[in-house]
Design a protein around this ligand. Structure first.
Ligand code: MUC
Ligand code: MG
Length: 367
């Protein structure tokens, strides 16, 4: 099944509740929809969410790279010749989200050609996952209110709390307010998006020792090599690497450095092919993973769920699958529904992503 065309369609959907965190703020999902066409009219679909402050990718940049560099490099190749395809894509070292979306769209084509759900092709461990919600910056009372409403409405009981502002006066206060409000009825973990120094992180974690946090993610800059190692060695809870592990080689580096305990997997940046390699790499070393969120829309969220549900080690923890709920609308023909805190994969060939053509026409910005 030869690839005949690759499209990169920019779209923009405003957020109702903007997400704010230490390395940025998101008011509008200015993403790219990637469509890989195969012979016989089969089309695979995926979403690329640019994170300019994290990986330096922009909507314009992803579009240009996919259309001008990746498309000519892979059109004419067989979708099943994945090593050949990746050898071509990997001439470009960076641009993880552009590559991730092309990879997922190719897997979608493969699933459709084989008449099989991609989650089964990857591993087929389960058909649903528990959902965790990321609570963005606000004052402590508002953050408690947001978590309470997600608990009531969707049955979500795991929350990632964004920290990385003022460690002692504000961030610790937020976590304390959440624990006081919910008692032991929720799981809490924190994500600093590199906003603290290693010493601030060490002190803040000491101050929060009684809060029973599950884990902490990317508290200080990964490039603070010694500080990060110093921090991780003294932590009593697991440290998860996120932005610092955008490809398998970085996972190796962070683990060999002793600079992380565990690895967040985001299919938005490592697609399925490299997420799978990271998962197996971690599994063979006894390193834990969970499914992170790159502020994906519903298309990206479903793609991420397809991967997470495929494996025991990703589906045994709540995955971050709910921040599309902050958006004013989305592109899926059949919207995602979180019920009793769970999200289910779709038992259809491919990833289950089907786009509503009217919505795409409304939100695309290239027409
Ligand atoms: C997260 O886990 O950090 C914020 C920036 C990004 O790249 O992803 C989000 C969530
Ligand atoms: Mg993170």
């Amino acid at each position: 099944m030869k690839i005949t065309k690759v499209e990169a369609i920019p779209f923009a959907i405003p957020y109702v509740h903007p997400l704010k965190f230490a390395s940025g703020e998101v008011y509008c999902a200015e993403h790219i929809l990637v469509r890989v066409h195969g012979e016989d009219g089969v089309v695979g679909v995926a979403e690329a969410p640019p994170r300019p402050y994290t990986y330096g990718e922009t909507q314009d940049g992803i579009r240009a790279l996919v259309e001008k560099i990746f498309a000519p490099a892979i059109v004419g190749l067989d979708v099943f010749d994945r090593e050949k395809i990746h050898a071509r894509l990997n001439r470009t070292v960076g641009n993880p989200c552009a590559k991730g979306a092309v990879d997922i769209a190719i897997w979608d084509v493969i699933g459709k050609v084989l008449g099989t759900p991609v989650t089964k092709l990857l591993g087929g461990y389960t058909d649903r996952m528990r959902v965790s919600h990321m609570v963005g910056f606000d004052d402590p009372a508002k953050m408690v209110e947001v978590a309470q409403s997600f608990k009531e409405t969707y049955g979500i009981s795991t929350f990632k709390v964004k920290v990385g502002r003022r460690p002692y006066s504000l961030d610790v206060a937020v976590c304390r307010a959440l624990r006081k409000h919910f008692g032991d009825t929720v799981d809490l973990y924190i994500d600093g998006n590199r906003g603290w120094s290693a010493t601030e992180a060490a002190r803040a974690l000491r101050e929060m020792e009684d809060l029973d946090l599950l884990m902490a993610e990317e508290l200080n800059p990964a490039d603070d090599v010694m500080g990060r190692r110093w921090l991780v060695r003294q932590m009593k809870i697991p440290f998860y690497a996120d932005e610092s592990v955008s490809r398998p080689a970085e996972v190796t580096r962070e683990l060999l450095d002793g600079s992380t305990t565990a690895i967040s997997i985001k299919t938005a940046r490592t697609g399925y092919t490299f997420s799978q390699r990271i998962y197996f790499q971690c599994e063979s070393l006894g390193i834990e993973n969970y499914m992170g969120n790159q502020i994906d829309g519903q298309v990206g969220t479903l793609s991420s769920l397809v991967f997470g549900a495929a494996y025991k080690g990703t589906s045994d923890k709540a995955g971050e699958f709910s921040n599309f709920l902050d958006m004013s609308d989305d592109l899926l023909a059949e919207p995602l529904k979180i019920a009793d805190g769970f999200l289910k994969v779709r038992d259809v060939p491919g990833t289950g992503v089907a786009i509503d053509p009217d919505k795409l026409a409304r939100y695309r910005t290239d027409a």
